[in-house]
Design a protein around this ligand. Sequence first.
Ligand code: PEP
Length: 250
Amino acid sequence: MTRKLAAGNWKMHGHTPNLAELQRLLDIHSNAKCDVLLCPPATLIHRMATMCTDSKLAIGGQDCHGAVTGAHTGEISAQMLADAGATYVIVGHSERRTDHNETNADIRSKAEAAIAADLTAIVCLGESEAERLAGSTIEVIEQQLIESLPSTANAENLVIAYEPIWAIGTGMVPTLDQIAEVHDFLRGKLREIMANAADDIPLLYGGSVKAANAVDIFNVSNVDGALVGGASLKADDFSPIISALDVHAK
Ligand code: PEP
């Protein structure tokens, strides 16, 4: 069975007092069967990873550079994230693609750098509203997948997150059929590329996931979890999402 992952992306939110949210998750979900991940701002990674020692919860970065080291002021390498205690990193989030003009090729090199540093790369894909309305969703997803898939990917070091851009932070969610169409497509395409390993790669849905819609979304075929933004900031909001996924985990 593909492992299940509830992942939270705190984006540019979170200071020392917010460590209490992690502590609450640790208290509530110490026996979680699904994997649980929080990706806080880089400033909190080390402290949060220390809090998670010997727990079921993991900590990840929100981005990394494609190079190992060098003259890149303000950037953070995958090795630095690992050194701080991260075990995952998100790459290719649509906010990075938009705000920093990241291309599929950039994302592939970031994912390869992440894997080389022993991190699991969460590669984000997703269509814009215009692309959805034009009927080109699958075409867009296929191109993003092929062009950003790291050559070193395997079932242990890769997670794919399908995040329609128009659903992120908007309260709009695709229909369950629309989610199934993309996730089934992704599984099939990964099988073509990676054969049997494809069945063990978690496919996350992301975009306005809340406690109220998580149960239905987790029942969709080939959905192995969620990448959650706003609803991951408070333990009270994220906890029911984790619980909804937990019933699907071994
Ligand atoms: C995200 O940032 O990846 C995301 C899915 O955000 P939200 O859950 O707030 O829509």
